[in-house]
Design a protein around this ligand. Structure first.
Ligand SMILES: NC(=O)c1ccc[n+]([C@@H]2O[C@H](COP(=O)([O-])OP(=O)(O)OC[C@H]3O[C@@H](n4cnc5c(N)ncnc54)[C@H](O)[C@@H]3O)[C@@H](O)[C@H]2O)c1
Length: 279
């Protein structure tokens, strides 16, 4: 039987991860609590798959796996692995991981795509903490071939072996890091984006000029504020709050300019406007 994966959360990352997996011929069940989100998700996965194919980022001669959508977490039963990509709120992750953990068979790897809530904190929600691991896919997951793997102190060797096999199936390279708030990538990237937004809010430079300086002078591929729009400003603000709380450092809190944009519904690409406008 072809292995099937379940992805929980059909937002920016859930749809991107589903695209990556089906592009490698593996069927996916994509679960979200919002039926309207699931309706949009199917079109979004189709669009991302075409984008990946156009850029030559999908394996040759592989028929895409089937995409099934569902509003029921119970549909994760029988999956090879479950990838959690719900909003960056510890209580939402706790609720959904608790539920999944009671459904899947022992030996099923539970993966969190959290941007930085420590894996060992999330492990308190599951029945078998050894089976939980972090795989921090980068955005867009179907184009970026490297991922950050966060191993919790209780993640078992067997789970790490399964992670290696799983990443091989989707042709991704994992860099394993130890558990910590924000791991490595969010701990470095999120404060930089926050500071970039703060500079714009203080009128030091426009978003365009901040990004131009970071790309033209410092070799950043897109600039922090274009990256912010790709991530989603609501997710960035949530991730910064999660980091600040866990590090006990108010310097990580989202700056006023970022919060004003979230308040105004300017969430980046997904809402049509953020630091930039999108057609
Ligand atoms: N956006 C990025 O670039 C990025 C990159 C790496 C990691 N992440 C992490 O990935 C996760 C998802 O981020 P996102 O940007 O896709 O968020 P998003 O807001 O775009 O999507 C989250 C989705 O989760 C759904 N959801 C909430 N509770 C649920 C539940 N109990 N069951 C099923 N679905 C549920 C919501 O309805 C929403 O559609 C977060 O932990 C985030 O920090 C995001």
């Amino acid at each position: 039987m072809t292995p099937r994966l379940t992805v929980l959360g059909a937002g920016v990352m859930g749809t991107g991860i589903a695209t990556l997996v089906i592009a490698h011929g593996i069927p996916v069940t994509l679960v979200d609590i919002e039926p309207a989100v699931l309706e949009r998700a199917r079109a979004s996965v189709d669009r991302q798959l075409r984008h990946a194919q156009l850029l030559g980022a999908t394996p040759d001669g592989v028929a895409p796996g089937e995409l099934t959508t569902s509003t029921s977490v119970a549909d994760c039963a029988g999956s090879l692995a479950v990838i959690e990509a719900v909003s960056e709120h510890a209580e939402q992750k706790d609720k959904v991981l608790r539920e999944v953990s009671g459904i899947v068979a022992p030996g099923t790897v539970l993966i969190s795509n959290t941007s930085g809530i420590p894996i060992d904190e999330l492990a308190a929600s599951v029945e078998r903490p050894g089976e939980l691991v972090g795989i921090h896919f980068m955005n867009p997951p179907y184009l970026i071939t490297q991922v950050e793997v966060a191993r919790g102190p209780r993640t078992s060797d067997r789970t790490m072996e399964s992670v290696r096999s799983l990443l091989d199936l989707v042709n991704r390279r994992g860099i394993v890091v130890n558990d910590a708030p924000g791991f490595v990538t969010s701990r470095l990237l999120h404060p930089m984006i926050n500071n970039a937004a703060r500079l714009v809010g203080q009128g030091v430079a426009t978003a365009e000029d901040v990004d131009a300086l970071m790309t033209g002078c410092l070799g950043h591929p897109t600039g922090p504020l274009r990256t912010a729009d790709l991530i989603g400003l609501d997710n960035l603000a949530d991730s910064l709050v999660a980091l600040s709380e866990r590090l006990g450092d108010a310097a990580y809190l989202p700056c006023e300019h970022l919060l004003d944009k979230v308040e105004a519904g300017q969430l980046g690409r997904k809402s049509g406007a953020g630091f930039y406008e999108y057609a």
